[in-house]
Design a protein around this ligand. Structure first.
Ligand SMILES: *Cc1c(COP(=O)(O)O)cnc(C)c1O
Length: 394
């Protein structure tokens, strides 16, 4: 008998509810195909949008940085962990994003946890979109600000909340995902900035799934809507389209200065490694000069959605490459994912509660610039056969 035996019961109930997620272990680089145990699978569920996770030039940049700087940053940014590469990357990100300044963190989740508590505290009020990423929800909790949740994409509801509650806070912050990671729809950022201006609320957007996907040469959601002088904070990750690791916050120079004095992951968690930092810098340089991977991503996404729709699948209301195949039932979703994996060698993870609301389980497909059009057809054909045999489509 161990004092942690309660964990066994919780695992058992997850299994009963069909919410126990099998965790696959990969033995190859990320790419259109991955090695899992002794087989090769078509990879349809990683966020490696542009194929940068194993890009030869980006790998080389990381290797060269490791040769020059070694593997570990050795300390937090504020003590002895800041290297010239961090400063260069911060300048590059700010320039790429058309923002005044940027601060680099060790991940996107950490960037949110860093920034929100600097922006607001218990005297302030936050208006948070209903489907915001878990890291925003946690960041808002950590800030101790009073929180009001507005309905998904619903600007009337946001305005109603602002009208009713703006005065409860000294400062106010509206915070939203740019692209919603599980649905692929895009937040109406222009309307949000207008409401922010009208009600004196700062506007913060999380561009994790917009980076390298939306805007001119993948500059992201703020560029997509031409709002760089009106959005207060654009935050993002380097771990999705940019292919490696890390995150950032961008905004005014003085706000960035304050982030370096106050944000806890900057002060209390060791800095991003040189290899990752150099890799991100290279990824941005490639994007600036060449948007063919971006175009390939979008044409693969269009093909994927069209073929799935032709076969009778519901792919939701995505406006981006994120392609949710909506199933509903948690159990059915796990069954479909299993069948695709076992019979068709398609790697497509199930997404269930609590990542998405109960009863809206789905398989979220992520096309990539690394896929060929034939890879996309192989995936959709497998969905057609597996979907029929489970009675999901007719
Ligand atoms: C993935 C994601 C993050 C976290 O980014 P990491 O770099 O993986 O920590 C934050 N916000 C959103 C919306 C995301 O999709």
């Amino acid at each position: 008998m161990k004092r942690t035996d309660w964990a066994k019961d919780e695992i058992e109930s997850l299994k009963q509810e069909g919410r126990y997620i099998p965790i696959r272990t990969i033995g190859s680089p990320q790419g259109p195909y991955v090695r899992i145990e002794s087989d090769t699978y078509l990879n349809m569920c990683s966020n490696n949008y542009l194929g940068f996770a194993n890009h030869p030039d980006i790998r080389r940049a990381a290797i060269e940085a490791i040769e020059k700087y070694g593997v570990g940053a050795g300390a937090v940014r504020s003590i002895a962990g800041t290297i010239d590469l961090h400063r260069q990357l911060e300048e590059k990100v700010a320039e790429f994003k058309h923002m005044e300044g940027a601060v680099v963190y060790q991940g996107g989740l950490l960037a949110n946890i860093a920034a929100v508590p600097v922006l607001v505290n218990k005297q302030d009020v936050v208006f948070s979109e209903e489907l915001n990423h878990a890291s925003i929800i946690d960041a808002v909790r950590l800030s101790s600000a009073r929180k009001y949740v507005y309905k998904h994409m619903d600007m009337d509801d946001l305005e109603r909340n602002l009208k009713e509650h703006r005065r409860e806070g000294k400062k106010a912050l509206i915070i939203s995902d740019g692209v919603f990671s599980m649905d692929g729809d895009i937040t109406p950022l222009k309307e949000i900035t207008e409401l922010g201006e009208r009600y004196d609320a700062m506007v913060y957007v999380d561009d994790a799934h917009g980076e390298g996907v939306l805007g001119d040469h993948g500059r992201g959601i703020v560029d997509h809507f031409h709002l760089s002088d009106r959005v207060d904070v654009e935050m993002g990750t380097f771990s999705k389209a940019l292919g490696s690791m890390g995150g950032f916050v961008s905004g005014s120079s003085s706000l960035m200065d304050l982030m370096k004095q106050r944000s806890r992951p900057f002060l209390f968690s060791s800095a991003l490694n040189a290899g990752d930092t150099a890799a991100v810098m290279k990824a941005i340089s490639i994007l600036e000069h060449d948007d063919t991977p971006l175009k390939r991503l979008w044409s693969n996404a269009e093909k994927l959605k069209n073929e799935l729709a032709d076969f009778g699948f519901d792919t939701g209301k995505s406006k981006t490459p994120i392609t949710p195949v909506m199933i509903g039932s948690e159990k059915k979703t796990l069954e479909l994912s299993q069948l695709l994996y076992k019979e068709y060698k398609i790697f497509a993870s199930p997404i269930v509660y609590p990542t998405v609301p109960r009863g809206t389980a789905r398989i979220r497909l992520m096309p990539s610039a690394a896929h060929s059009p034939d890879d996309i057809s192989i995936a959709t054909e497998a969905f057609r056969k597996a979907g029929r045999s489970l009675g999901i489509i007719s």
